[in-house]
Write a protein that binds this ligand. Structure first.
Ligand code: DSN
Length: 445
């Protein structure tokens, strides 16, 4: 018998011991990551923490399965309990947002936006939007979802002093350009959009309103922000892990009596922009929606109160927090112009060295996204851990000591650790009191 041929030299092969070392490198980096966040002050406006029950769903067997289609109309077998979960998830979503349409298959906020563009816009058409420089999400860019769908933006007029739309000027633009779809959404989302004021104009030009509520989804659901589906918008798209403390996933919600629009949205989700949706994330989302129905109002209220308190405390210490005359924000986010402190890039780097996690952010007037003058700070995560207004004052003092008073990084890091050590367990969920940053070591050898 001839022996089998030797594998070709390019075949992927490596000694087990070497690959075992790679596995341990990744595991240990993940543990270090968790420990860093446990001992830090995360202030990224778009991040949050999952509840223990939601986390449990992410590592369940659901992760390994396919379920294309809709409940009861699948292309795979083995979906009996997946259907049960999806039906529950859809019912919870409709109940939380008091609307008659939900689709929980988009796997991210951007994918949800692509689905809406596929269902509701024609290639070559125009879609109303804010500019990136005014805080819009990259979905509205020619290099983002708008470009992929081949639609052109019609930019609204934005009042950069008030960080919200200039209603009269926007009405004039809409009457002239007449886009058939109008997107309202921001990644630097400080104030509600004047939807009611614009709704007559949308009707007059025959446009449908589309709200990208990724940042403020948990605030909308908790009754602490505007309610776009009841203020004139037909659809709402979002990611589900910002102020709504769910998994990294997407959602589309709607209030419509048009069966053709419903069909188009569903077919845009599948087979349009996803094949399989991520079933483990959908189950985690179901838990987050149920927990938000039970605890979301109090959570959302405290999140906004904390953002306003942080804005005031920083302002009192000489920081240039935007929109002081309007109470800084009505959301979870504040924006700080840190030009005199060295700019957004320099400040965010110094802060993270001391264990304060933020992101540099373009502010109106900035030309470069790499070297902007802004810092964006958000309160969803610290609120989830039980921090309140008095802790926001301590956070502001820590930033002041580092960025204004020249206190050393190590000394500030120690202050951060001291503040954080009493705030490392989850609140506003079932299983409250569980460690928020736990590493689940399932293998152990
Ligand atoms: N990039 C996210 C944010 O931080 O706002 C939005 O997708």
């Amino acid at each position: 018998m001839k022996s089998p041929p030797a594998p070709p030299s390019w075949a992927a092969q490596a000694p087990e011991a070497e690959m075992r070392a790679s596995v341990e490198k990744v595991r240990s980096a993940t543990r270090a990551h968790s420990k860093f966040f446990e001992e830090s002050l995360p202030l990224i406006a778009s991040e949050n923490l999952l509840s223990p029950y939601a986390k449990e769903m992410l590592i369940s067997d659901l992760h390994s399965r396919y379920a294309e289609g809709l409940p009861g109309e699948r292309y795979y077998e083995g979906n009996r309990w997946v259907d049960e979960i999806e039906v529950e998830c859809l019912a919870l979503a409709r109940r939380l947002f008091r609307c008659n349409f939900a689709d929980v298959r988009p796997i991210s906020g951007t994918v949800a936006n692509l689905a809406i563009l596929k269902a509701m816009a024609e290639t070559g058409s125009t879609v109303g939007s804010c500019r990136l420089a005014d805080g819009a999400h990259i979905s509205s860019a020619s290099f983002g979802a708008f470009g992929l769908r081949g639609v052109k933006p019609v930019y609204y007029a934005f009042d950069t002093n008030r960080m919200q739309l200039d209603v009269d000027a926007t009405k004039r633009i809409l009457l002239q350009e007449r886009p058939k779809l109008c997107l309202f959404g921001l990644s630097l989302f400080l104030f509600p959009f004047p939807l009611r004021e614009l709704s007559e104009t949308l009707k007059e030009i025959g446009a449908l309103g589309w709200y990208d509520g990724a940042h403020v989804l948990g605030l909308i659901a908790g009754g602490q922000f505007q309610d776009p589906l009841h203020e004139g918008c037909t659809v709402l798209s979002a990611s589900t892990h910002k102020t709504l403390p769910g998994p990294q996933h997407g959602i589309i919600l709607g209030e419509t009596s048009d069966p053709e629009l419903t069909r188009k949205l569903q077919s845009a989700c599948f087979p349009g922009v996803t094949s399989n949706h991520h079933l483990n994330a959908m189950a985690a989302l179901s838990i987050a929606l149920a927990e938000h129905l039970a605890f979301g109002e109090a959570y959302a209220r405290q999140t906004v109160a904390n953002a306003r308190a942080l804005g005031q405390a920083l302002n009192d210490r000489g920081f240039d927090v935007l929109c002081a005359d309007q109470g800084f924000t009505r959301s979870h986010t504040i924006a700080v112009r840190v030009e005199k402190e060295g700019g957004g890039e320099e400040c965010s780097r110094r802060l993270v060295d001391a264990g304060i996690v933020t992101n540099k952010n373009m502010l109106p007037g900035d030309k470069s996204s790499k070297h902007p003058q802004g810092l964006r700070l958000g309160t969803p995560e610290l609120t989830r851990l039980g921090m309140q207004e008095r802790e926001m004052d301590r956070v502001a003092e820590i930033l002041h000591q580092l960025l204004h008073q020249g206190k050393g990084v190590e000394a500030v890091r120690a202050e951060v650790r001291a503040l954080k050590k009493d705030f490392t367990t989850l609140k506003f969920c079932f299983g409250a009191g569980e460690p928020a940053y736990r590493y689940y070591d399932l293998v152990g050898h």
